[in-house]
Ligand binder design. Sequence first.
Ligand SMILES: [Zn+2]
Ligand SMILES: [Zn+2]
Length: 60
Amino acid sequence: MRIESCRKCGAELEIKQKCSVCKEGITCICKECHFETEEQIHLQCTLMNMDYKLLDARVA
Ligand SMILES: [Zn+2]
Ligand SMILES: [Zn+2]
């Protein structure tokens, strides 16, 4: 994931929350003003997560 600079003050962003599937950052927080970016939904990861959960039911 590309780490953008803060939209408010232009400072560097830090990853706050990571995707549970690919471990890439999905939310970032500004080190300076603590502005949080919107959560970036990974569609593929979300679908993959659902697939894993549905797999057991499908096989049975
Ligand atoms: Zn992901
Ligand atoms: Zn900032």
